[in-house]
Ligand binder design. Structure first.
Ligand SMILES: [Zn+2]
Length: 61
């Protein structure tokens, strides 16, 4: 699928293992916390554990 190329916004628990898997599955290369990020209640996109912030994952082209 080629939708939403560029950035993916998703919850991430902060676990480096999850980051590695997210990167592998999305082909994302970097991730960053949006400057205006506020605490939210969410679940890590990968492990489903509690996550507090939505991160941006930058996809490679
Ligand atoms: Zn996780």
């Amino acid at each position: 699928m080629n939708e939403n190329k560029g950035f993916i916004k998703s919850f991430w628990c902060g676990n480096p293992k999850c980051e590695a898997m997210i990167k592998a599955e999305t082909k994302a290369t970097t991730r960053c916390l949006p400057p205006a990020a506020k605490k939210e209640k969410g679940k890590c996109i990968y492990c489903q554990k509690a996550a507090e912030y939505q991160w941006y994952f930058a996809q490679a082209y």
